[in-house]
Write a protein of this length. Sequence first.
Length: 85
Amino acid sequence: MKLKHEKNTKSINIEEFKALANNLIPTTPEQAEWICNEVERLTQEHPELKEKFKEWNKMPESERKELEEIIQHILAEADRAHQKW
């Protein structure tokens, strides 16, 4: 399933996004390398993401955990919707 951002005509692959979100905590050196490569690629394609990462790092831990829970909920909903297609 492909989604289009209203302001950006570039297609976004939901599976790529889920893979990135689900692998943010690496358990192997290969996963850590993959995450670094993906973050570098995405921040080059979308420089505004660097500012978002800076904001995220300044956020208090409790607030960040709350947002992470919201992200997990969104990913679960996206997965359920994707399975219906």
